[in-house]
Design a protein around this ligand. Structure first.
Ligand SMILES: C[S@@+](CC[C@H](N)C(=O)[O-])C[C@H]1O[C@@H](n2cnc3c(N)ncnc32)[C@H](O)[C@@H]1O
Length: 237
């Protein structure tokens, strides 16, 4: 997981995107910077640019891995501007590496009643304070279960949920088949070098490229944006 403080580095645009990169509303970006979460500012701006582009397709933007809503804010801002909806999925019990005793644990998001992590209240506060609640549908549950109920095309799929092979693969297999042609697949924490971080998101990214139905649009630190170029991505590939 990437928690490195942001030292802005320009993204590597490989597509024909021209002109100034889109920026979220200043109050949204301030809320993003204030929110708990794991995304540095330069990756956030790259995610936002992808969301702005994908939202032009007129379809929902889907995020796996809400946590406290830091990245959701950016999808919501783009969704608001385009009149679409951002959907964000999380069981709010935290990933493996966020549990007590692990590197990314935050005791402030433990529910004193259950003793379990619960990031839902912080997420709701984040979204409310930014005035973006109306543009987001939050799905509270396990990603594969939510994906199994989903039945319509998506303009963007952002994978930032569990970082084990089991979870990252399930997110890819569950949601990517719903991504429309021309839609964007965004994967966070892609580390080609194992010395930099866990490999499950990298393997998902490679899987998409190796399948042949995606072309890389941009790479900003560990955030990769791929465009789907065919209409027939199937699970299990
Ligand atoms: C890395 S955090 C997301 C960070 C967030 N996107 C941000 O930028 O601040 C990963 C989140 O995925 C959630 N998660 C992990 N596995 C999941 C699963 N199988 N289904 C739903 N949510 C899951 C965890 O609860 C955690 O909140």
């Amino acid at each position: 997981m990437n928690q490195t403080p942001a030292e802005p580095r320009p993204g590597r645009a490989q597509d024909a995107a021209q002109g100034p990169a889109p920026a979220p509303a200043p109050e949204t970006f301030a809320a993003f910077e204030a929110a708990k979460g794991f995304m540095p500012a330069d990756e956030g701006l790259a995610l936002y640019a992808a969301a702005v582009e994908a939202s032009q397709l007129g379809l929902p933007l889907l995020e796996v891995g809400t946590y406290c809503g830091r990245s959701t804010l950016l999808l919501a801002d783009a969704a608001r501007a385009a009149g679409v909806t951002a959907v964000t999925v999380d069981h709010h019990r935290g990933s493996e590496e966020q549990q007590p005793g692990w590197e990314y644990h935050d005791p402030d998001v433990v529910d004193p009643h259950t003793g379990l992590m619960d990031t839902l209240p912080a997420f709701r506060r984040t979204l409310h304070a930014a005035g973006l609640e109306d543009h987001v549908v939050a799905v509270v549950g396990r990603s594969p279960r939510a994906a199994a109920l989903w039945g319509r095309p998506l303009g963007l799929v952002f994978i930032d949920g569990g970082h084990t092979d089991e979870h990252a693969s399930a997110d890819y297999e569950g949601w990517v088949p719903h991504l429309t042609r021309g839609g964007l697949l965004v994967v966070h924490d892609v580390f080609p070098d194992p010395a930099d971080g866990g490999q499950a998101p990298y393997r998902v990214y490679r899987r998409a490229l190796d399948y042949g139905a995606f072309r890389e649009v941009s790479a900003t630190r560990s955030l990769r944006v791929l465009r789907r170029t065919d209409a027939a991505v199937r699970s299990g590939r």
